[in-house]
Design a protein around this ligand. Structure first.
Ligand code: NAD
Length: 306
C-alpha cells in the first residue's frame, strides 16, 4: 500500500516507517526536521523535507505520491511551548492537520490515522484507568489542539476516508528526543549513563502510563488494517500507573548506577496521576501490549549506551 507518514523523521514516526517498509509498503515521509533527524528516515522511504503548515508544498507531495493511507505523526509536541505560543501550536497541530485532512480527501486517500495524546486530552483524571468515555478537560493548549483535530476528523469520517485516532500514553524507547512530550526515560538514561544525577520534579509519586514504542508501532499497523470506518479514538497504554521514582529506579538498575535523584519542586500544569484503559483498542483492533517496563527500559538503555 502507498503510505504517507508525517513526522517520519521523529521518534515514533521513524519506527512506524521502519515497520511499514519491512511489511513491504511503499512509504513516503513528510517532516520539516524541526525535531526529527534525516538519518532516522529509512533509506527505502521517499523523503520530503516539508512543513505541514505549507499547503502548497504538501499538495505537491500528494500530487506525486497519491497515498492510500495518511499516518499523521508530525506535531508541535512541547507542552510548555503550547502555553507560551498557543497560536504556533495551533498553526502546526490544528491548521497543519487540516491541510492534511483536506488533501487526503481531495486525493481520495482511503485511511487517515491520526495521533492524539491520552496524557493531554483528559486532564486530571476523575477515575483510573481513564477510558475513552472519561470527560475531556485538557490542561494545555497542546491537549486542546490534539482534541480539536479529533473532532474535525469525526466530521469527515466515512466520507470516503476512514479515520482512526490513537491516543497514546507516555511512549518511550530508542531514538526518543529528551526534549519531546514525555522524554523522562530518555532523559534519565542519558544522564545516568553520563554519570549525572537526574532531577525528579515533585516528590517522585507523580504517575504516568508507559508504553514501549514497538507496541505503539503495532497499534498503527492494526489501525491501518481496520476494515470499518470507525472515527473512533482508541487509548493506547498499559493501564498501569508508574511513578517517577519507579522509572528512576528501573533506569538506575539497567544502567548499573548508584546515583540518587535531585528533587526539585513540581512543575505547574502537570497532572498528578494518569493511566489509560485500552480495552477498546483490544476489542476493536486486537491490540495488546507485549513489552513491559523492565524489558522496555533495558532495551532503551542499551540503545543510549550505543
Ligand atoms: N512521545 C510521546 O509520549 C507521545 C505521547 C502522546 C502523543 N504523541 C504524539 O506522537 C506524535 C509523534 O511524537 P514524537 O514523540 O515521536 O515526537 P517527535 O518530535 O520525535 O516527532 C514529531 C515529528 O514531527 C516533525 N514536525 C514538527 N512540526 C512539523 C511541521 N510543521 N511539519 C512537518 N513536520 C513537523 C518533527 O520534526 C518530528 O520529526 C506526535 O503527534 C505527538 O503529539 C507522543
Amino acid at each position: 500500500m502507498k503510505v504517507l507518514v508525517t513526522g517520519g523523521a521523529g521518534f515514533i514516526g521513524s519506527h512506524v516507517v521502519d515497520a511499514l517498509v519491512k511489511e513491504g509498503h511503499s512509504v513516503a515521509v513528510v517532516d520539516d526536521l524541526s525535531m526529527g533527524k534525516r538519518e532516522q528516515v529509512h533509506p527505502s522511504a521517499r523523503f520530503y523535507p516539508a512543513d505541514i503548515r505549507n499547503r502548497q508544498t504538501l499538495e505537491e507531495v500528494f500530487r506525486i505520491e497519491r497515498p492510500e493511507v495518511v499516518n499523521h505523526h508530525a506535531a508541535q509536541v512541547d507542552l510548555r511551548r503550547s502555553m507560551t505560543e498557543p497560536s504556533f501550536d495551533a498553526s502546526v497541530n490544528i491548521v497543519g492537520s487540516l491541510n492534511l485532512l483536506e488533501l487526503a480527501l481531495a486525493y481520495e486517500a482511503r485511511k487517515f490515522i491520526n495521533i492524539s495524546s491520552g496524557g493531554a486530552v483528559y486532564g486530571e483524571p476523575q477515575r483510573l484507568p481513564v477510558d475513552e468515555c472519561h470527560p475531556i478537560r485538557p490542561m494545555s493548549a497542546y491537549g486542546v489542539s490534539k482534541y480539536t483535530v479529533e473532532q474535525y476528523l469525526r466530521l469527515f469520517d466515512g466520507s470516503g476516508l476512514d479515520c482512526s485516532i490513537l491516543r497514546y500514553a507516555n511512549v518511550y524507547g530508542p531514538r526518543q528526543d529528551p526534549a519531546g512530550e514525555a522524554g523522562v526515560v530518555a532523559i534519565f538514561s542519558r544522564q545516568m549513563l553520563a554519570g549525572e544525577r537526574p532531577t525528579i520534579f515533585g516528590d517522585g509519586t507523580k504517575t504516568r502510563d508507559y508504553v514501549y514504542v514497538d507496541d505503539i508501532v503495532a497499534a498503527n499497523l492494526l489501525a491501518m488494517a481496520e476494515k470499518q470506518a470507525s472515527g473512533r479514538s482508541y487509548n493506547i497504554g498499559l493501564g498501569r500507573e508508574v511513578s517517577d521514582r519507579q522509572i528512576f529506579e528501573s533506569v538506575r538498575r539497567a544502567v548499573g548506577a548508584a546515583l540518587e535523584p535531585i528533587l526539585a519542586s513540581k512543575r505547574p500544569g502537570e497532572i498528578d496521576r494518569i493511566c489509560l484503559d485500552a480495552s477498546l483498542a483490544k476489542a476493536e483492533l486486537g491490540w495488546e501490549p507485549t513489552i513491559f517496563l523492565e524489558e522496555g527500559i533495558a532495551r532503551t538503555v542499551a540503545f543510549y549506551r550505543g
